[in-house]
Ligand binder design. Sequence first.
Ligand SMILES: [Zn+2]
Length: 98
Amino acid sequence: MFSGIKIPATGSVKNDADTTGRSLLEFRINLYGATTKLRYDNVCATCEKREGKRKGTPSLVDFKTASDMISPKDGKIRLDFVFCCYPRHHGLGDDEYM
Ligand SMILES: [Zn+2]
């Protein structure tokens, strides 16, 4: 039985939780281009300049949570996040959607 999920400690995640002895699921979001189907792992150079001023490695998705460990409330896990960069920024042919 899992007691929650562990998310990547992106720039807006305030605390590294003590996960000792906890059984957690690892949560990841992978971003793919709608046109090219390429997987993007890093922000573009422009967004890196902006995001690089904050702590940690700039990531494509920034989680807006107090901790990198999220426990269920009323049987649900709720996660807020923002996109920090978009596939079309990379100029590799992803012009669909954003
Ligand atoms: Zn970008």
